[in-house]
Design a protein around this ligand. Structure first.
Ligand code: PMP
Ligand code: GLN
Length: 385
């Protein structure tokens, strides 16, 4: 009898362990500074952990309602209207999820079918394509060209056809740090008007945007919003990536379908944490200060490596910085990133992993959601390479 692994047919034959797990494990093994996986090396507000503890001690330890605590959904509705003018009804149009990853997976599972096509832009965050593959749909890739990595809407127009079910956008963008403009949103709106194409807008870095730019949430564009899932994550905004709580906004009809899948996928998410966010967000509008907080870190990091042999990409949003090393080495980015971790004790993410095909790139992604002292130590290493 052949081994079990040979008898079961993998539904994701091309997929291995994610680069984030690999590089973080290598960083730990090599005792290297870890600027690879995107997470802060500083703690969240003690007020938030106190509120979680308070909620647990006050007996909030059973299932939350399936779509999430209403108080938290009301807070999100208020924020979305204040910042982006989009009106979402907390009862029917907002669902709290186990991080953005689950929201993305659920939105795709709930609405995309076998043989549908989903347009994604590469380099792309890693969880979109496996979800598309798992439902038997086809990912259609459009490559963004560096160093600007802007969407060419004429190219999008060319690939849209009867099979196109969804377009996935991500602003601010992981891994490139670019942002979409109001014109981008208007072009997208125009391109799909009159069709049944849905939009999934990954906006997890909505509050990490620099140089006075405003985040162009789909929620600002009613004609787009009426066919869109908007997904965000408290992990990025409140320095709590390990708590895995996010949310999805969508018009009632779409949300109805989303919840049908959500209720059998996770049913509901961690009650005390939802309670803590609900109380915290109302009293402390921290997300409004996040831009300045991360802009200072971006500037510190960039200024301290500006004379290095690396070429710096522009970061308008997110907490990622791209570094081009073509002047330093001919090695491919995976080998180069491994060597930097082992020999120079700094871990980064090779960006070729964000493509669907083999690409010859000499660009690394570094996360600057780190203490200033970590960034300065990293800069010292980068300047010595
Ligand atoms: N989308 C993007 C673009 C991300 O960078 C991340 C962060 N890892 C996620 C989604 C997933 O967020 P979460 O950790 O809340 O699942
Ligand atoms: N979003 C994080 C990043 O881009 C990784 C999250 C994960 O490990 N899945 O680094």
């Amino acid at each position: 009898m052949p081994k079990l692994s040979a008898r079961i047919k993998s539904k994701l034959p091309k997929v291995g362990t994610t680069i984030f797990s690999k590089m973080s494990a290598l960083a730990a093994k090599e005792k290297a500074l870890n600027l690879s996986q995107g997470f802060p090396d500083f703690d969240c507000s003690p007020k938030l952990t106190e509120l979680v503890t308070k909620a647990m001690n006050s007996g909030m330890n059973q299932y939350a309602p399936m779509p999430g605590l209403l108080s938290l959904r009301e807070t999100i509705a208020k924020k979305t209207e204040e910042l982006y003018t989009g009106v979402y009804h907390p009862e029917t149009e907002i669902t709290i999820t186990a991080g953005a990853t689950q929201a993305i997976f659920t939105a795709i599972l709930a609405t995309v079918s076998e043989d549908d096509e989903v347009i994604i832009f590469t380099p792309a965050y890693d969880c979109y394509e496996p979800a598309i593959d798992l439902v038997g749909a086809k990912a259609i890739h459009i490559e963004l060209q560096g160093p600007e990595y802007r969407i060419d809407w004429e190219q999008v127009k060319k690939v849209i056809n009867q099979q196109t079910k969804m377009i996935i956008i991500n602003t601010p963008h992981n891994p490139t740090g670019t942002i979409m403009t109001a014109q981008d949103m208007q072009k997208l709106e125009k391109l799909i008007q009159g069709s049944d194409i849905l939009v999934l807008s990954d906006e997890v870095y909505e509050h990490i945007i620099f140089d006075g730019y405003d985040h162009q949430s789909v929620a600002r564009f009613p004609k787009l919003a009426e066919r869109s899932f908007i997904i965000s994550s408290f992990g990025k905004t409140y320095h709590t990536t390990g708590w895995k709580i996010g949310y999805c906004l969508a018009p009632a009809e779409l949300m109805k379908e989303f919840r049908k899948t959500h209720q059998y996928n996770v049913f509901s998410v961690h009650t005390p944490t939802q309670q803590a966010y609900a109380e915290y967000i109302v009293s402390l509008n921290d997300h409004l200060e996040l831009k300045e907080f991360y802009q200072q870190k971006r500037n510190l990091f960039r200024n301290s490596i500006k004379d290095s042999r690396f070429q710096l990409g522009e970061t308008a949003g997110s907490y990622f910085q791209l570094l081009d090393y073509s002047k330093i080495s001919e090695e491919n980015d995976i080998k180069f990133a491994e060597r930097l971790t082992k020999e120079h004790k700094i871990a980064t993410i090779p960006t070729s992993v964000f493509y669907n095909k083999k690409v010859d790139r000499r660009v690394l992604r570094l996360c600057f959601a780190k203490k200033d002292e970590t960034l300065l130590k990293a800069a010292e290493i980068i300047n010595s390479i």
